[in-house]
Design a protein around this ligand. Structure first.
Ligand code: ADP
Ligand code: GLC
Length: 477
């Protein structure tokens, strides 16, 4: 049994902005069922949803600040969660990265540096908890300083750094280095320095004992200039300790058979019941109710990564086709406005909801026929997995985890019953439009469509296999 400290900036259902929270909420559960002693550490944000009052554990003095550690459990599990509680930094409305107006926190570097320092103290068993982890598993830039700080300790726990998204690096002016009071030894081009900037993510990449990312294809892609953001050299240099482990999905939360958010539950053998969800969604979205018309769904952060601009470029032609389009998302203001404008122009065809809505996300997954995910890059992606489980066939760009989880519907993959969606290569509106047309032809051939839905629903995206891969990695260390 390994003792694992899992450091993350978000965990579903306590706090979530994207897929990292889904992973942090489900991988530790899977590791616990593999009988590992795993504890999550996370900042105590004001917007965390608590079922019960967390328990006070101790106070540590860090950089002249008194920081508390509180303890709670991941709801409906036995996974212990430690909350790093420092009110001046974390007791504000908004999410982990931005305020209520969507502006990035001006002191975000200080916040996560404090989180990393405190996690380092816990990892070194200096927090009066009588618990020494064997492994500290860090996730994304917000935790990047932890492997760097631990590299200065002896003996120290082994460190793993998982890249969920290389596009977010935690880059700050070099002058920040002094104000964060970080050890001088870590400031060099092989350390936290990146082109005269302070890079949090480099702390993870340069100092962790193992680096993982969330799909095998993304692990290869980030070693190239197209996806590496200047870190491709370092990552190729580290290729012997770098691997891709595909995310799983939470089979309880995303289960069409028991999902409490949807109008009508269904399974692979009662697939015809899925249609009642479509009717309910059309009513909710004030779209014409029509069982036959294909409904395209999107649930996404509205940022460049997700290729929403490609969809916007196709909408003019899509409205000429027999289809409906339902989108839920929030993010870049200009993308939001453009989408809302289309919805106003074509109320019979397009419904756009700007915001974050857990229950609507489940309803779209259950109700749509087709899910669009034309990402420019996608480290793993979870919605294409959820879609397959709900018999909602995804159209994806062949990149990262999308390439690793979708089998394109071609004559031979339809024949051997492996087809589970449609994929395309070029990040252009033309290529996406071709994929949409190809999908509509399949949709109109009812028996082929049913077969592909069944292939998709049968796929195993459980955490079991991936959690065992992480465990194998922990055991190597
Ligand atoms: P990323 O982490 O890059 O945003 P993923 O596909 O890994 O992409 O995960 C996104 C997660 O966030 C999914 O669980 C998805 O359902 C959820 N999500 C994204 N946008 C919204 C939204 N507006 N409302 C509800 N859930 C959302
Ligand atoms: C990131 C990636 C997404 C991935 C998620 C969880 O947010 O953008 O592709 O699924 O992390 O690993």
């Amino acid at each position: 049994m390994k003792k694992i400290l899992f450091a993350t900036s978000e965990v579903h259902p306590l706090i979530k902005t994207g897929g990292l929270a889904d992973v942090a909420g489900s991988l530790p559960k899977a590791l616990l069922s593999l009988e590992q002693d795993i504890r999550i550490i996370l900042p105590n944000y004001q917007s965390i949803k608590h079922i019960e009052q967390p328990r006070y554990i101790c106070t540590l003095r860090i950089d002249n600040r008194d920081v508390n550690i509180l303890e709670t459990k991941l709801p409906d599990t036995e996974v212990i969660v430690w909350l790093v509680d420092y009110r001046p930094f974390f007791d504000h409305p908004g999410n982990p990265y931005v305020d209520e107006q969507g502006n990035p926190w001006p002191n975000i570097a200080e916040r996560f540096a404090l989180f990393c320092r405190l996690t380092t103290e816990v990892a070194m068993n200096r927090a009066y908890m009588d618990w020494s982890p064997d492994i500290v598993h860090c996730n994304d830039w917000q935790t990047g300083l932890i492997p760097a700080l631990l590299s200065l300790e002896k003996p120290k726990p082994a460190t793993i750094f998982t890249i969920h998204n290389l596009a977010y690096q935690g880059l700050f002016p070099a002058s920040m280095y002094q104000s964060l009071n970080l050890p001088g030894k870590l400031w060099n081009p092989d350390g936290l320095e990146f082109h005269e900037m302070l890079s949090f993510i480099k702390g993870g990449l340069a100092y962790a004992d193992r680096i993982t990312t969330v799909s095998p294809t993304y692990a290869r892609e980030i070693q190239t200039p197209e996806f590496g953001y200047g870190l491709e050299g370092l990552l190729s240099h580290k290729q012997d300790i770098l691997s891709g482990i595909l995310n799983g999905m939470d089979l309880q939360q995303w289960n069409p058979e028991s999902d409490p958010y949807i109008s009508q539950n269904f399974t692979i053998s009662s697939l015809k019941n899925k249609i009642a969800n479509k009717t309910a969604l059309q009513k909710r979205m004030s779209l014409p109710v029509n069982e036959d018309i294909p409904v395209f769904g999107v649930i996404s952060r509205l940022v460049e990564q997700k290729g929403i601009d490609l969809i916007i470029n196709c909408l003019k032609e899509m409205v000429e086709m027999p289809l409906q389009f339902v989108l839920l998302g929030s993010g870049d203001n200009s993308i939001e406005l453009e989408l809302q404008n289309y919805a106003r122009l074509y109320p019979e065809k397009i419904a756009v909801t700007i915001g974050y809505d857990e229950s609507l996300a489940h309803q779209i997954e259950a109700s749509a026929d087709i899910f669009l995910m034309p990402s420019r890059f996608e480290p793993c992606g979870l919605n294409q997995m959820y879609s397959q489980r709900y018999g909602t066939l995804p159209i994806v760009r062949k990149t990262g985890g999308l390439a690793d989880t979708i089998v394109d519907a071609l004559p031979h993959t339809i024949e051997d019953a492996s087809a589970s969606g449609v994929s395309f290569n070029e990040a252009t509106p033309g290529a996406l439009l071709e994929a949409i047309k190809r999908t509509l032809i399949l949709y109109n051939s009812k028996s082929a469509w049913r077969q592909i839905q069944r292939n998709a629903m049968k796929k195993d995206f459980s955490w079991e296999m991936s959690a065992n891969q992480y465990l194998a990695l922990y055991n190597q260390l």
